[in-house]
Design a protein around this ligand. Structure first.
Ligand code: C2E
Ligand code: CA
Ligand code: CA
Ligand code: CA
Length: 274
């Protein structure tokens, strides 16, 4: 037993070592990736469920690694956050998405609002509001087009600070969405305090919303609650016509998911705009 324990410890140490190497590797190639433009944005349409029209899109990042191929965000955002590289990636994302939107608008398209994801570490940057303002003004995109998506992680770190920053962004005309609602420590207390515009109901509620009584009860109730405090609700991960129809009947405002469109490269997204 002692031997086995020793062996287990050795394996454990080796695993830690490997993880450390992978981490350092990842950090290096993320830096390299930022410098060499290996990232690309996809745009997933957000649909107004009442009018059946596109009211905007969410920018979703992909990494085209020269050796490893396409890496999905869930495989590199956590490391980007731990290493702080997320700040560079976030800046790139905001600039790229806004430049793309300005470009489409100048060409006469109506892509509506652009939602950009922002992680807690980006949100904590000292000059965040000033930087965002600077980027939008330099690009010449009107502030009303931008929606910033934050998650509960951001709020949990410091509720009062979050409220202050969000208020400054709101004063500028930028909208705020609370992403992945219902996955973390969702508290109705902060829902009351936060100056947000959209509540994004996590896909985990939507998956079984046509068959599970409990998911139906929760979803209906959250939609009514959101409406009562002046928020619009976005249902994430709508994959079937049944889900779409059901969400319409319970007055969900907006939706996003493979039933409508997968995230699309810029040139494909622009084709489906009127
Ligand atoms: P998220 O913000 O919750 O984005 C929604 C995710 O659900 C996206 O995954 C999207 O492709 C996927 N999705 C949309 N509709 C459906 C559907 O009908 N079925 C299924 N199965 N999936 C659907 P993606 O693009 O892999 O992004 C994963 C996460 O990575 C995002 O979750 C977000 O947290 C993060 N992320 C993506 N881009 C950025 C970025 O530019 N900055 C930051 N900080 N995070 C990002
Ligand atoms: Ca999001
Ligand atoms: Ca989400
Ligand atoms: Ca998510």
């Amino acid at each position: 037993a002692k031997e086995a324990g020793k062996k287990g410890y050795k394996i454990f140490k080796e695993e830690m070592y490997m993880q450390k190497i992978e981490f350092i590797d990842m950090k290096k190639s993320l830096k390299h990736g930022v410098e060499n433009n290996e990232f690309i944005l996809y745009y997933q349409p957000i649909i107004d469920l009442k009018e059946d029209k596109i009211i905007g899109s969410e920018a979703l990042i992909r990494w085209n690694h020269p050796q490893k191929g396409r890496i999905p965000p869930n495989n590199f955002i956590p490391t980007a956050e731990k290493t702080g590289i997320i700040k560079d990636i976030g800046k790139w994302t905001l600039e790229t998405a806004c430049t793309q939107y300005k470009n489409w608008i100048d060409k006469g398209y109506n892509p509506n609002k652009i939602s950009v994801n922002m992680s807690a570490i980006e949100f904590r940057q000292k000059k965040l509001v000033k930087n965002i303002k600077g980027i939008l003004e330099e690009i010449g995109l009107e502030k009303k087009y931008l929606v910033i998506e934050i998650t509960e992680n951001t709020i949990l770190e410091d509720l009062d600070y979050t409220i202050d920053v969000l208020n400054e962004l709101k004063k500028m005309g930028i909208r705020i969405a609370l992403d992945d609602f219902g996955t973390g420590y969702s508290s109705l207390n902060y829902l009351k305090k936060l100056p947000i515009d959209f509540l994004k109901l996590d896909k985990s509620f939507i998956d079984n919303v046509t068959i599970e009584c409990k998911d139906q009860a929760i979803t209906k109730c959250l939609i009514r609650l959101a409406h009562n405090i002046g928020l619009q609700v976005v249902a994430e991960g709508i994959e079937t016509e049944e889900q779409y129809n059901y969400l319409k009947t319970i007055n969900c405002d907006l939706g996003q998911g493979y039933f409508f469109n997968k995230p699309l490269p810029a040139e494909e997204f622009v084709k489906i705009l009127n």
